[in-house]
Design a protein around this ligand. Structure first.
Ligand SMILES: Cc1ncc(COP(=O)(O)O)c(C=O)c1O
Ligand SMILES: N[C@H](C=O)CCC(=O)O
Length: 417
């Protein structure tokens, strides 16, 4: 049972968990036995409608048969060879077909690794040291991005992590999200290698880019010789089959992917213009290597997921469910609130009337949000236990699920006040 596992886990893991946001569920995290479609099943045997979806990767829901079969086929053949395998070529060709700005790419094992390689590549290619990021954007858990970071770093009050050397911090400039004048001012010195941005912010709740923000970044970067990196670890293959860059029609120089493109198996991808990517070892001097890079199981799962996205109306189904949730929330909540939604990712901010950047997100009533989380859990619905995460829907969130969730929401909002 969850309570017993938690007691042991506390003695084994710092804070009882292996990724901090998981510890936010009160009074202790529930342990999960399995998942199917839009549901997860707890150790206690309770079914929960899942709006966390592994923090984004499971765009087709839990345990979809075509992904499972692809992984099983790979398992039968073996799963690690230390040499290239066919599936990595297949997955890369699919990614490039849908995200043409990724002319060449490197497969790594997490979004964290992907952004780390992207920034190193940008420095190697431009010969410049500094990079610019945005307050509240989260790009994983390495030194160069744990500065004013969102997600669990903000939730636990350490947006700038202890242990990041000051020498590193000094090389990272930070602007408020959606503030082009700040970017213009900083980049005008022409000493920054890159701007890294979540094209839709999904790690401070959800915050959409203002009209003209992404195209403005493109223009400023091009005119100052700065590389533009879109961190599409969340948005890639979610906001459209071509990610946020397809949706907004703005091409970055470098893209990072993760989550969906590995079908729920560990993956990160860094890709971009040929001449930039060719700086990577063995064709260039910027080093990257990895025992598990292009892991055959992740490659097989990724190919299966993209095949599904190429043939179904999965984005329509996921987006319809997200819209229904948001509409129902708007109808039931009496309290002042904002719901930001882009496609199938969204978040509600209670007690505030506008959220366009991280400082506005920080003003939301986080206690009230946690009450909403807990009461939804009692009603059989799992949303992230942190204001600074996004809710996600999947292609498995069909009309029956939506109807159930709308009823659950009506009961749950009473606890919010
Ligand atoms: C936008 C973004 N970039 C990078 C990462 C890091 O990915 P990972 O957790 O796979 O290291 C995440 C999430 O964790 C993310 O949301
Ligand atoms: N916000 C993070 C990634 O998107 C959530 C994953 C984690 O921190 O465990």
């Amino acid at each position: 049972m969850s309570g017993e596992l938690w007691e042991v886990a506390k003695s084994l893991f710092p804070g009882g968990v292996n990724s901090p946001v998981r510890a936010k569920v009160q009074p202790y995290p529930f342990y999960v036995r399995g998942g199917q479609g839009p549901y997860i099943f707890t150790e206690e045997g309770k079914a929960l409608v899942d709006f966390v979806l592994g923090y984004g990767p499971l765009f087709l829901g839990h345990n979809p048969p075509y992904v499972r079969r692809a992984v099983e086929r790979q398992l039968e053949r073996g799963w690690l060879f230390g040499t290239p395998s066919r599936a990595e070529v297949e997955l890369a060709r699919k990614i490039r077909r849908h995200v043409p700005s990724m002319e060449k790419m490197r497969f790594v094992n997490s979004g964290t690794e992907a952004t780390m390689v992207a920034l190193r590549l940008a420095r190697g290619y431009t010969g410049r040291t500094k990079v610019l990021k945005f307050d509240g954007n989260y790009h994983g858990a390495h030194d160069y991005v744990l500065i004013d970071a969102g997600s669990a770093a903000s939730e636990y009050g350490v947006p700038t992590s202890a242990g990041v050397p000051e020498e590193v911090t000094r090389t990272v400039s930070v602007c408020p999200y959606n503030d082009l004048s700040c970017v213009q001012k900083i980049l005008s010195k022409e000493d920054h290698a890159a701007v890294i941005v979540e094209p839709v912010m999904g790690n401070m709740g959800v915050i959409p880019p203002s009209k003209g923000f992404l195209s403005g970044l493109r223009e400023i970067c091009s005119s100052t010789g700065t590389l533009l990196i879109f961190d599409e670890v969340i948005t890639g293959f979610r906001l459209s089959i071509s990610g946020a860059q397809g949706l907004f029609g703005v091409n970055p120089d470098i893209t990072t992917l993760g989550k969906i493109v590995g079908g729920g198996f560990p993956i990160g991808v860094v890709g971009g213009r040929k001449e930039i990517m060719d700086q990577l070892t063995p064709s260039g001097p910027v080093f990257n290597a990895g025992t598990f890079n292009a892991h055959p199981l992740s490659m097989a799962a990724g190919v299966a997921v993209i095949e599904q996205l190429e043939n179904g109306n999965h984005h329509v189904v996921a987006e319809r469910a997200a819209k229904a949730f948001v509409d129902s929330l708007d109808d039931s909540l009496k309290l002042t609130h904002v719901v930001n939604r882009v496609g199938s990712m969204f978040q509600v901010f209670l007690g505030v009337s506008e959220v366009r950047n991280a400082s506005q997100a920080r003003k939301a009533d986080r206690e009230a949000y946690l009450r909403l989380h807990s009461s939804l859990l009692r009603e059989g619905v799992f949303i992230p236990p942190s204001q600074f995460e996004a809710l996600f829907t999947s292609a498995a969130h069909d009309q029956d699920v939506v109807d159930f969730v709308v009823r659950a929401l009506r009961n749950a909002v009473r606890s919010v006040g």
